[in-house]
Write a protein of this length. Sequence first.
Length: 319
Amino acid sequence: MSFPTLPRLSLMLLTVALLAGICGATYVLRFNPEMDFWRQAADRKLAWADQMRRTHGRVIGVVGGSTTTFGVDAGLLEREAGLPVANLGLHAGMGPDVCVGFGFAALQRGDILILSLEPSMLTEELQAMPLGGRLAWVLGKPELLAWDHPPSCLTWPSLLTQLQPGGYHVVTMLGKLALQKELYRYNMEEARLGGLQVTKERRPFAESMNLSAGPGHGRLSESGSALLKRIRDEAARRGIRVAYVIPWAYWPEESAAARRTANQDFLRQVQEILPVLREPNLGVHSVLADFADSGQHLTAEAAAARSRVLAETLWELNH
């Protein structure tokens, strides 16, 4: 009795695809410099949150993309104001679900979640972000992708596809190697106690800002509104208080008033779902020298100033 066999070419293609998948996954999990940086950063942030809980009995976790990572000096907030803040910011490219999931992973009943997602993460329709899935794999925390439903709903094929680096990344890494450039522009040597990331790099980002489209932001997207409701409901289920504060971003003086008006409208929409903490500048900062390599990344000195403003905002909430 004979059994049908796959044609030799099909078997070869299947073997090549399998080996490529294994190589891609091994690279992402073990050798990808970007993932290695964020793994170390995430581990330190979680360790700091645990330290705040041991010292103060609870944690105020600030969750968002890189505006949080580069904008909230939790070490300063603990030293100067006695606030048990943990900077749980990641990178907007990981997607809002993973940013929020990381916050929930660090917090417990009785803690406070300060949501500081970039407005664009809530006004644009949500899309799958493979970078976030890779971080969940690297940290061994699939719940980052499924914080309000059982992780069992995640399928192995969907998770495995997120472990592939992609052609653009491969070409970029090869180019950096050929030109002997740093493989990733941020490093843990510039990370501060509490989760703040700083960088010495400076870029002329203001020259390329498109101001002709007006203040932007617009209304909460359908998926953004649904996300806020999910966060509200999950926080209530876990016994965690939650509020939103808009992150700081650069806008030149001539656009600042229009941007503040747009931000105020945006915050009114958010407040229909979540409590909102308002700061005087409504997320608009017009001092160009206070930003490093983008209009969302504050310098270390500006992050300290921003954190002192945040301390005043958080004081009543913490008592």
